[in-house]
Ligand binder design. Structure first.
Ligand code: GUN
Length: 282
């Protein structure tokens, strides 16, 4: 039986601390979100982010753009927010519709306001081992592992998935924390064998219950980033019921990684606010 890495409880604790810090700072942080189209899951995520802003004392502005918006109009909106002195953080909810060039949109965000950490400049800092803003999901996972005092230095960490928002930055953060890191992906040979070597296994594959108990080393720490629908239920990439019997620690879905992503976004936004305030007095 494993320790449940409770992201809900940990995020609530972090948000309480952040609320106090913001209250004492005399600053009034602002986050702007942009959502293009009306994908229900994206709308729900953005609503949750605005709700968290309200909870901790961050002002938020939500910009909704039509599903047929062009790259130009989205980039222009980002630039308008870059120039807006009131706005400290900008988040463009992904995925964007196919006709919008996500790379150009992300590249247009001022790196100082890139609280998602997706801008190439911030990715570069992260991969150089000096992160400024790093993506919220992997950063939240590192916070959760720290909260439960999971040792990382020297551990064999295996990340399943090589996405820009999770897999790659997750690997960089684990490497920065001195893990020995393997990234697996759809072309990996003998995936099960690679996974089974992990002391820390992070799955961001997006396939319901893909990771079975046979793929997990007894005593491993298992982090499940997947959010999938299975028979009308929200489930992760990991077969939780079976894997929890052999892992030493495991994140549930829901209530694991998801809340940590939002708490990290709030922390990144306050960090952007403080850094911009310092810039103004220098
Ligand atoms: N889509 C799913 N998760 C995220 C996230 O953390 N940030 C952004 N911008 N889009 C997302």
């Amino acid at each position: 039986m494993s320790t449940i890495l409770d992201g809900k409880k940990t995020s609530e604790k972090r948000l309480e601390i952040l609320k106090e810090e913001i209250g004492e700072s005399g600053l009034y942080p602002h986050l702007a979100t942009i959502i293009v189209g009306s994908d229900p899951a994206s709308q729900m995520y953005v609503r949750m982010k605005h709700r968290a802003c309200e909870q901790v004392g961050i002002g938020s502005v939500g910009i909704e753009m039509p599903a047929d918006a062009t790259t130009r109009t989205v980039v222009d909106t980002v630039r308008m927010l870059n120039r807006d002195a009131e706005i400290d953080g900008i988040l463009v909810q992904l995925p964007l519709p196919a006709q919008v060039d996500a790379e150009r949109v992300i590249g247009a965000i001022s790196p100082e306001k890139d609280v998602d950490g997706y801008h190439p400049e911030n990715m570069g800092h992260l991969f150089l081992g000096r992160p400024r803003f790093s993506s919220c999901t992997p950063t939240g996972i590192m916070t959760l592992l720290a909260e439960y005092k999971i040792p990382i230095a020297g551990a064999r960490a295996v990340v399943a998935g090589r996405s820009i928002d999770v897999g790659r930055p997750m690997a960089a953060l684990l490497l920065n924390a001195d893990a020995t890191v393997t990234i697996c992906h759809s072309r990996t040979k003998d995936l099960a064998e690679e996974l089974k070597r992990a002391d820390i296994l992070v799955s961001a594959i997006g396939k319901p219950h893909f990771i079975t108990a046979e793929m997990v080393k007894p005593g491993a720490v298992v982090v499940d980033v997947g959010i999938n629908q299975l028979d009308g239920k929200l489930v992760g990439d990991v077969d939780f019921e079976a894997v929890k019997e052999i892992a030493s620690a495991i994140t549930p879905v829901p209530g694991g990684v998801g809340p940590m992503t939002i708490a990290t976004l709030m922390e990144n936004t306050f960090r952007a606010t403080k850094e911009r305030a310092c810039e103004r007095v220098l």
